[in-house]
Ligand binder design. Structure first.
Ligand SMILES: Nc1ncnc2c1ncn2[C@@H]1O[C@H](COP(=O)(O)OP(=O)(O)OP(=O)(O)O)[C@@H](O)[C@H]1O
Ligand SMILES: [Mg+2]
Length: 322
């Protein structure tokens, strides 16, 4: 679009609001979800409309540089037990990187090291560097809270604050990171994050109800919305769909693909179809016969699945072990 024809930000926000108002779901009586229950209801359309509203909003928001995350020679221990040995991996900016590999090979440990959660475990130690756009998050001058704000985490089991309202769940991260904002800014942030997490349509009429009252898939999307509220540069996801049904999984995968336009994503998954559906790049971890985990092979996901260079990768992605 040329500069001459580009609408100003206010017009774009108004267009987003108008588009939401056009959404037929909006016309359902408050407190009911009649359209969702109808046999003709097309969930894909809802997701597309939310995505379109989001796109228009995003155009009105100042653009931010996408962030690259780079792990250099990471080793990790629990007491005397070495579980990762000199793992290096570049997680490209604005891409989705999938970490795959059999149980116990160190994927979650690696992920926790990427946002300084490993150091919270008694007896845990590590060596190496994690560079966020070239700056080591473990450097003495870097604060733990900075790493936590910049690099969000979504876990396997959805963990919203169950007694806290949906609204409060989304903004809860702001307090933890010391960000203050007014009521209007919070309202708009809650809406934005819930749209991005693909949950807005389902909860917009019950924002004051407890987060614990949502389904598992909805709770996971609430956790994604909560992570997004502090505007992370990177989002780490440890098997985020393993406890979810296929429909919720599909919605979260759609959400991830949308989010990758503005956040760098790293996902651990045991689901090979999911790795192929969502990721741009893939890293295959393996810990053979009691040795510490390491990366056997990494690169473009299509290549990793169609023509890997290592026979162990071929066997793993084709379900021959693990
Ligand atoms: N808190 C802990 N204390 C001691 N050892 C641990 C701890 N967490 C993980 N380990 C060990 O570290 C190794 C790597 O575990 P990790 O959880 O990172 O593997 P994973 O690849 O994520 O496995 P899975 O696919 O089953 O989730 C394993 O040998 C595990 O037993
Ligand atoms: Mg794990």
């Amino acid at each position: 679009m040329s500069a001459a024809t580009r609408p100003d930000p206010e017009t774009l926000v108004l267009a987003a609001v108008a588009l939401t108002a056009l959404n037929p779901i909006e016309q359902a009586p408050r407190g009911t979800d009649a359209d969702s229950d109808s046999p003709d209801h097309d969930e894909t359309l809802d997701i597309r409309l939310d995505a379109e509203a989001l796109r228009i909003r995003a155009e009105a928001t100042p653009k931010r540089e996408l962030t690259m995350l780079e792990a250099r020679s990471i080793s990790a221990w629990f007491g005397d037990h070495k579980v990762l040995d000199r793992v290096s991996l570049t997680m490209e900016a604005g891409k989705i990187t999938a970490l795959i590999g059999p149980s116990g090979c160190g994927k979650s440990t690696f992920l926790r090291i990427l946002n300084r959660m490993h150091e919270m475990i008694p007896s845990a130690a590590l060596a190496g560097e994690v560079l966020l756009d070239g700056e080591d998050i473990y450097a003495a001058k870097r604060r733990l809270t900075d790493a936590r704000r910049d690099i969000g985490m979504v876990f396997q089991k959805p963990n919203p604050f169950p007694g806290m309202s949906i609204y409060e769940n989304v903004v809860s991260g702001l307090k933890l990171t010391g960000v203050r904002s007014g009521r209007d800014a919070k309202d708009s942030l809650v809406e934005e994050c819930l749209i991005k997490a693909g949950l807005w349509k389902e909860v917009r009429d019950r924002l004051r109800q407890p987060g614990g009252g949502l389904s598992g898939g909805q709770q996971q999307r609430l956790c994604i919305a909560r992570s997004l509220a502090v505007r992370p540069k990177v989002l780490l996801m440890d098997e985020p769909c393993s406890a979810l049904d296929p429909t919720s999984t599909r919605v979260i995968e759609e959400t991830m693909l949308e989010l990758a336009h503005e956040v760098t994503i790293v996902i651990v998954t045991h689901n090979m179809q999911q790795a192929q559906r969502v990721s741009d790049n893939c890293a295959f971890f393996l810990a053979s016969q009691g040795t510490p985990g390491g990366i056997v092979e990494h690169g473009d996901t299509g290549v990793m699945f169609d023509s890997p260079t290592d026979s162990r990768t071929f066997d793993y992605v084709n379900g021959r072990f693990g």
